[in-house]
Design a protein around this ligand. Structure first.
Ligand code: SPV
Ligand code: MG
Length: 537
């Protein structure tokens, strides 16, 4: 429902309604979160929050800027305290037009003379507006509004100025006849006597709004009994913030330390929540994914049957090394390397994966019948921008990521160029490359030719090394990987395909894959000895 309609309904409904004061975007949000149905944009509070007086020291456009912030962060309507309308009928026209444009639901104008003074200051000395002139201002506002539900509340200051009930009734009636949505009848007495005497005479001509700042001890049921339409709690967020700020400032000044206030103030996290940082974080995923953010995709769906009992109740990525799971160590490593988000594809015992900061889980429920490419394909929406793709059961020294980063190819993989440590039977991702590994190998022109999951004894010619399960790609490279996966996925045998098949397919399409050679300093978990060795990483 439109905010204007919401406010009109609040004011006009039979049941009493309440508007809570706000004076900034933040306080407006707090009002809505507390459950209020509408906001009072208080002139006193807005001016005080800027450190100036409630005497039109703020220009009307400055007030407009504040209420725009308030309106932007809330979905409940705002009735703005429009003081005297900031001039004559003509100023009122422009004011209403601009308020409508900024999403304000209604304005309340008071029958005083510009520049006004707050009603609780020297009230008797304040001149009241000419009735006809004020009615003209109401009519001008009504005529210029483009939305018939925009409320114009006319505030009667007769009691404040000490002019009595008769004058209050005369003015209220004139404003009602001029078309005001409601009358705000103000009083500075500590009892609601003036208001109730007015209500007795007024009947139900049009809704009446009150501000019980001074008669605060009156039970709210009495307002309802006297058919008050709307009650404005006019300045209590500003006042509570003043008390809290004074206390906190004094405490910190006295202590020259934060120790006594930390637990008594809202957390920084709470500020971020109120600012809706969550929305920005989500938007960054959508809009920045191709530019700044760096992601790591970790393939961790398989159990690791070869580890027997060790993986009965958990997948191998959740085996703890030095008290921390392999997965956690990998995520930490990637985050330290500038990765903003880790995407983990899980399968076996997916329900026991722990919450890890900045980590998203994707499920491959067919992990038993599918190969690595099925898992990777499930994360296809994340294959963009700078990415790292890795197995979930590897450990390696930190410098390897830096080395990989230096390889001047859109896509590059890390290869252990020293396979002498592998037995002839060991099943590994063996690779053939354009250059062999030497201490002076040239990373500018070392490229992958083929990658096969096999054992050395079954390979016809000796491979140049073993791929360790780690890839990097830049924006262009990740686009190529994603497109290749999409093409390969159309093939019925895609389900069984492995990472090596992806590399070989890309190479068959003349896509170059760079090599980052290393000599050891990594491990994947295939047996208990590997786990023991991993302790050193
Ligand atoms: C305000 O909140 O600015 C008001 C109400 O106008 S009062 O301060 O009571 O005048
Ligand atoms: Mg005011």
């Amino acid at each position: 429902m439109k905010k204007t309609t919401q406010l009109k309904n609040l004011i006009q409904r039979k049941k009493i309604s309440f508007l809570m004061e706000a004076h900034s975007g933040l306080s407006a949000k707090i009002v809505e979160e507390a459950g209020f149905e509408g906001i009072w944009g208080s002139g006193l509070s807005i001016s005080a929050a800027q450190g100036v007086r409630d005497n039109n020291e703020l220009s009307w456009t400055q007030v407009l800027d504040v209420v725009e912030y308030m309106s932007d962060v809330t979905s409940i309507p705002i009735l703005l305290d429009g003081d005297t309308g900031h001039g004559n009928f003509n100023n009122m026209r422009r004011f209403v037009k601009k308020l409508e444009q900024r999403g304000i639901a209604g304005v309340c104008i008071e029958d005083k003379i510009f520049p006004k003074t707050n009603s609780f200051l020297r009230g008797e000395k304040q001149p009241l507006a000419n009735i006809d002139e004020f009615c003209g201002k109401i009519k001008a506002g009504l005529d210029v509004r483009t939305d018939d539900d925009f409320s114009i509340v006319a505030r009667v200051e007769a009691f404040i100025a000490g002019w009595g009930l008769e004058e209050a009734l005369k003015r209220a009636n004139a404003y009602y006849e001029a078309g005001a949505t409601a009358i705000l009848m103000h009083s500075k007495l500590s009892k609601p006597d003036e208001i109730f005497s007015f209500m007795k005479e007024w009947g139900d001509r049009c809704p009446v709004v009150i501000v019980p700042t001074k008669f605060y001890s009156t039970p709210t049921e009495q307002f309802a009994e006297h058919s008050i339409s709307t009650v404005i709690w006019a300045n209590h967020l500003l006042r509570s913030s003043i008390t809290a700020m004074q206390k906190t400032a004094q405490q910190i000044f006295n202590d020259q330390s934060l120790i006594n206030v930390e637990d008594k103030v809202a957390s920084v996290q709470e500020i971020f929540r109120l600012q809706n940082d969550q929305e920005l974080e989500n938007a960054e995923k959508v809009y920045l994914s191709n530019t700044n953010s760096k992601k790591a995709i970790i393939l961790a769906a398989s159990r690791g049957k070869e580890l027997g009992n060790l993986t009965l109740d958990k997948p191998k990525t959740l085996i703890k090394i030095n008290g921390e799971t392999i997965l956690h160590q990998l995520v930490n490593k990637y985050q330290n390397h500038g990765v903003d988000e880790a995407v983990v594809i899980r399968g076996y015992k997916k329900e026991i994966f722990p919450d890890i900061k900045c980590t998203t889980y994707i499920d491959n429920d067919e992990y038993e019948e599918t190969g690595e490419l099925t898992s990777l394909f499930k994360a296809k929406d994340y294959i963009s921008g700078d990415i790292i793709i890795s197995y979930g059961d590897i450990a390696f020294r930190n410098y390897i990521l830096n080395e990989l980063n230096e390889v001047p190819y859109d896509i590059a993989i890390v290869v252990d160029g020293n396979i002498s440590r592998r037995s002839k039977e060991y099943l590994g991702d063996y690779v053939y490359c354009t250059n062999s590994f030497t201490k002076s190998y040239n990373r500018e022109n070392s490229m992958l030719i083929e990658c096969n999951l096999n054992s050395i004894k079954n390979l016809k010619t000796a491979p140049q090394g073993e791929w360790i399960g780690l890839i990097k790609a830049n924006t262009h490279g990740s686009k190529v990987i994603k497109e290749t996966l999409e093409k390969m996925n159309k093939n019925p045998d895609f389900k069984t395909k492995k990472m090596g098949d992806l590399f070989n397919h890309m190479i068959s399409k003349d896509i170059q894959i760079g090599i980052c050679y290393i000599d050891g300093h990594w491990l994947d978990v295939d047996n208990i000895e590997d786990i023991e060795q991993m302790q050193v990483f």
